[in-house]
Design a protein around this ligand. Structure first.
Ligand code: BDP
Length: 328
């Protein structure tokens, strides 16, 4: 039987109308916009730059990343929303703000949860971490990988924190997640959620007395200028994430997706190297500037005080927590 051209056209038009003809994505040039709250020269931004250089070389300039660093696009909550709707292709954020999208990430945001950097690496690199990355897809995100962010500790401008009693009544800025508010409250302080982009000013104007972060963020954000006492309480070890917009991802060819995946794995390795070197360098730089870093605080009371927070928020993901704790 001969099929007339008109007939074919009609069928094609009908199926297009019905949305049943899916155009296979064609390889195209893409400048991937990616945001980060940190400036260039920070481990996370430098690792994404490295990823861009790899993609650029592999595709002869067809794929590369333009980094919007230093909070040019605001805070991390907004960045995630932009990536979800496809207005921004990529962002690098703390796992601490990803709980509203995939709740189980909150397990990694519990105080004194990971036993060591090595333990954290094994959990995020293993089945648990991979599973959580995959779950991001239903939130419109493609999880490309985790990055290191060391441990977070308290700093403030009122008094050096030498024991848990010194935290009493201090207003401490935390990332926007109820876990962190309750964590500070459980230790006797007063937790206030504020975007990182407003933190320096909040410290400067006394909206908060202090905050908590890893040494590189404290140093890079010059927070010591407005909060001079830093104490190594190391109460949180929250990894970072970098994610891609699923909306944009679906327009890429399978080969381009593979290239981005491959460059991501290499970016993760690069960031870990950069991070390890940077942490010590930042602590040394803070001390060299003449700021006091208290390194010998007894952590036991901080761990004990936050037990109710681990119980309360950990209850929902008790199984995940049990499996993560058993990772050797
Ligand atoms: C830094 C993280 C960054 C967070 C920031 C914060 O690298 O992703 O936004 O802390 O406290 O350590 O908000």
């Amino acid at each position: 039987m001969m099929i007339s051209l008109t007939g074919v056209r009609r069928t094609l038009a009908a199926s297009l109308l019905a949305g049943s003809v899916l155009a296979a994505p064609a390889a195209h040039a893409l400048e991937i916009k990616s945001s980060d709250v940190h400036p260039m020269g920070y481990p996370t931004t430098d690792a994404i730059q490295y990823m861009s250089d790899l993609l650029d070389t592999w595709t002869a300039g067809r794929l590369k990343i333009k980094i919007f660093h230093s909070m040019q696009l605001g805070g991390e909550k907004e960045a995630l929303e932009q990536v979800q709707v496809g207005a921004l292709e990529m962002t690098r954020v703390s796992v601490g703000v990803v709980g509203p999208i995939v709740e189980e990430f909150n397990a990694f945001a519990l105080p004194y949860f990971f036993k060591s950097v090595d333990h954290m690496h094994k959990v995020v690199d293993g089945e648990i971490g991979t599973n959580l990355l995959n779950k991001l897809e239903k939130g419109g995100l493609i999880g490309l990988g985790y990055m290191d962010a060391g441990s977070r500790s308290f700093y403030n401008n009122t008094r050096p924190i030498k024991s848990i009693e010194d935290l009493k009544g201090l207003k401490i800025r935390v990332m926007q997640n109820p876990i962190f508010i309750e964590m500070v409250n459980a230790m006797g302080g007063n937790g206030l959620p504020i975007s990182f982009s407003e933190l320096y000013t909040s410290l400067q104007t006394g909206v908060v007395d202090g905050a908590e972060n890893n040494p590189p963020s404290y140093e890079s954000g010059k927070h010591y200028e407005v909060a001079k006492y830093y104490t190594l309480t190391e109460h949180l070890m929250v990894p970072e994430l970098f994610v891609f917009s699923k909306k944009v991802w679906d327009t890429l060819t399978p080969l381009d997706q593979q290239l981005i995946r491959k460059a991501s794995v290499m970016a993760v390795e690069k960031e870990r190297e950069l991070w390890a070197a940077r942490e010590q360098k930042s602590l040394a730089a803070i001390k060299a500037l003449g700021y006091e870093v208290i390194t010998d605080v007894d952590k036991a009371p901080f761990i004990a005080a936050t037990e109710p927070v681990r119980m309360k928020f950990g209850e929902k993901y008790a199984d995940l927590i049990k499996r993560a704790a058993a990772v050797k």
